[in-house]
Design a protein around this ligand. Structure first.
Ligand SMILES: [Zn+2]
Length: 268
């Protein structure tokens, strides 16, 4: 309940306390923005990004990423499933992927050199989808509001927590950074996205054990050249330990999915 307590400390009106929600893993959340408004802003930014970024023109690559993304989105239920999910595959060497509210996923082709099979790509996409369904983007926007800033949607949305330009934009708001309020996705949010993402990939029929391998690959790559995906995410070792701890439950979900005939075969 850290953010809710924070609200009390800085003396905002008690009415805002009703905005303290709970994330899917039971973590206290501060959610002040309307999901619909944020989704609309996400859509707008996503349309702009698709115009400005070099989209992949290789149908095999686009179909491969879409195949994995579709399988993940298919396990969603309720309002998460009802979101208008969209995907952009961007032709760039950066090891990066990010999300915008309302279900807009962007994948840089560079991440396909690290996520070396469909299961590992599912680990990336499960993690990204979880940031949306767990309302992390809304939390981040809400934290900015608490910090006394208007919500700089471009800064929040475009970086998705990975890209350097986002950190640059946030450094401009140095006081808030000093307060620790304006970090990209927090460690708690990242852990949560890992855990939920692991379940999503398993429910879709991807092998959750490959998630650990993905982070090993990220660490190996890290020795020579820090992938953006890695640079703003918690240390590899901690997250690998956490993933291993959650693997038994994920394996049960994986076996159930297989028993239901869910065995995706996404290939490039
Ligand atoms: Zn993340």
């Amino acid at each position: 309940m850290r953010f809710c307590k924070h609200l009390l400390v800085i003396g905002l009106s008690a009415a805002l306390l009703s905005s303290c929600a709970s994330s899917p893993t039971g973590r206290g959340q501060l959610v002040l923005k309307s999901d619909a408004a944020l989704a609309a802003e996400g859509s707008k930014q996503f349309a702009m990004l698709r115009k400005q970024m070099p989209l992949s023109k290789d149908p095999a690559t686009v179909e491969y990423v879409a195949c994995v993304a579709n399988a993940i989105v298919e396990v969603l239920e309720g309002k998460d499933a009802a979101m208008y999910w969209e995907l952009a595959v961007i032709e760039r060497a950066d090891v990066n992927a990010f999300v915008m509210p309302g279900g807009k996923i962007s994948v840089f082709t560079g991440i396909l050199n690290v996520a070396s099979n469909q299961h590992q790509l599912a680990a990336v996409l499960g993690h990204e989808v979880a940031h949306v369904t767990a309302r992390h983007t809304n939390e981040r926007a809400s934290q900015q509001m608490v910090a006394g800033f208007g919500v700089d949607v471009a800064a929040i949305l475009l970086g998705g927590g990975y890209a350097n330009q986002t950190r640059g934009a946030q450094q401009g708001l140095s006081q808030a950074v000093a307060l620790g309020v304006l970090n990209p996705f927090s460690r708690g949010q990242e852990s949560e996205a890992d855990i939920i993402g692991l379940e999503y990939m398993a429910m879709a029929g991807f092998d959750p054990r490959e998630s650990v391998q993905l982070w090993q690959n990220m660490s190996d790559k890290n020795k020579t050249n820090i992938p953006e995906f890695m640079s703003t995410h918690p240390s590899g070792e901690t997250r690998i330990e956490q993933l291993i701890a959650h693997t038994p439950k994920a394996l049960t979900l994986y076996n159930e999915a297989k028993a239901q005939g869910k065995e995706p075969n996404c290939q490039r």
